[in-house]
Design a protein around this ligand. Structure first.
Ligand code: FAS
Ligand code: PHB
Length: 403
């Protein structure tokens, strides 16, 4: 058994773990990251694309914003269309100046990985059998296997940044966890292509055929989604079938401009709302997808992970730089307040924009539920007050400071 020590053990080298590790290192707080798969595998997962201002500010504070500032695109608005009627949500005007940045999660992760390597910070990729020990004791530890060697990593705190399928959440005793979940009766088929985006701003499109989203990664790379039944497999969808269906779900003016091409990535993501309460137990803190999942309709998943990182970073900075150990009790309450707002917005946008007509929903037949949601969406789009409600949440509610 090889013995190691650090101040903060981080489980998972996704955006949560890498961003936290970078912020802590810049304050001289030592940390070691344990990641189950290879760095290339992490980079191969195509996920989020929209960054709230809070996330952008945190990336700048982490000192890895150069490429994001150069290649990221500032978006001052986005569009919601119902069949062929489009309404532009003017984020900048409705929020008094706030916007979002379009820059892929893959790129952020790459920038963080490169910076971590340049700083020679320790990351164990392909670490297996990761197990959290004595998380309620004064000195917790993490055991794992790497390249056939057994390790014990002693630490002061553990940040569980290991996503929905990680080990950290399961370390909180089941009888102490309250888990809220809503699984949606459809998924998102996503396609990435090196084709010019159909619109310079995002289009969230609700049609009688189902939902579609036109997003992007750059002026030459598009990211598109369509709602599909949960029973569909990605093999059921050739590129041709995707383009034909996607075009039918776009507003006419956009459909006329659609440039198609071969997919460079294509996958189906299930949609769920999930929250684990509390988000901490002893010296263990759950961060990002390890604690919560949102349907991507509100572009909140990655952004909620960022606000968790911000709260935990502020706490650990106060613990180590001001010797204030009491403040750790604030984490879960502060993190959950913002997470629930993000969960509600994502649930609301998902209900308003998707077709529920082929399933029983809540206590209503799909068609009836859908008619309520049509009315809800039309009401909010028809007034500046309603659009302001959407805009304020889309750009991201403010981060909360520690008491
Ligand atoms: P991640 O899941 O990204 O990272 C967790 C890491 O922990 C992984 O690298 C994993 O390998 C590792 N790990 C797991 N178990 C471990 C163990 N036992 N030991 C060591 N390491 C372990 N969000 C949006 O805002 N917009 C989107 O369009 C969007 N699309 C998505 C599509 C899909 C298919 C998925 C799954 C998520 C999507 N999300 C989207 C949400 C996504 O961006 C997450 O919010 C984001 O990846 C969260 O980052 P992390 O918390 O770091 O978790
Ligand atoms: C994306 O670009 O992947 C994206 C953008 C906005 C969303 C979801 C996904 O709401």
């Amino acid at each position: 058994m090889k013995h190691l020590e650090t101040q903060v053990a981080i489980i998972g080298a996704g955006p949560s773990g890498l961003l936290l590790g970078q912020l802590l290192a810049r304050q001289g707080i030592s940390n070691i990251i344990l990641e189950r798969v290879t760095g290339d595998y992490v980079l191969g997962r195509v996920r989020a694309g929209i960054l709230e201002q809070g996330f952008v500010d945190l990336v700048r504070e982490a000192g890895v914003a150069d490429r994001m500032d150069e290649e990221g695109a500032s978006h001052e608005g986005f569009n919601i269309s119902i069949d062929d009627r489009s309404v532009r949500i003017d984020l900048k005007k409705l929020t008094g100046g706030d916007v979002v940045v379009c820059y892929g999660q893959t790129e952020i992760t790459k920038d963080l990985m490169e910076s971590r390597a340049a700083l020679e910070l320790v990351t164990f990729y392909e670490a297996s059998d990761v197990d959290l020990q004595d998380v309620t004791a004064a000195s917790p530890s993490v055991t794992f296997v790497h390249e056939g060697e057994d390790y014990e990593l002693k630490c002061d705190y553990i940040a569980g940044c290991d996503g929905f399928h990680g080990i950290s959440r399961q370390t909180i005793p089941e009888q102490l966890r309250v888990e809220h979940e809503r699984v949606y009766p459809f998924g998102w088929l996503g396609l990435l292509s090196d084709t010019p985006p159909v619109s310079h701003e995002l289009i969230y499109s609700k049609t009688s055929r189902g939902f579609a989203l036109a997003s992007q990664r750059s002026a030459t790379r598009s990211r598109y989604y369509i709602q599909v039944p949960l029973s569909d497999q990605v093999e059921d969808w050739s590129d041709e079938r995707f383009w034909e269906e996607f075009k039918k779900r776009l507003p006419k003016r956009a459909a006329e401009k659609l440039v198609t091409g071969p997919s460079i990535e294509k996958s189906i993501a299930p949609l769920r709302s999930f929250i684990c309460e509390p988000m901490q137990y002893g010296k263990l803190f759950l961060v990002g997808d390890a604690a919560h999942i949102v349907p991507p309709t509100g572009a909140k998943g990655l952004n909620l992970a960022a606000s968790d990182v911000s709260t935990l970073y502020k706490i650990l900075r106060r613990v180590y730089l001001e010797d204030d150990k009491e403040c750790i009790t604030q984490y879960s309450e502060i993190a959950l307040r913002r997470v629930w707002h993000g969960e509600r917005f994502s649930w609301w946008m998902t209900n308003m924009l998707h077709n529920f007509d082929d399933m029983e929903s809540l206590d209503l037949k799909g068609q009836t539920f859908e008619r309520f949601m049509d009315s809800e969406l039309s009401y909010y789009l028809a007034s500046e007050a309603g659009q302001k409600v959407i805009a304020e949440q889309y750009v991201g509610l403010p981060y909360e400071d520690l008491a």
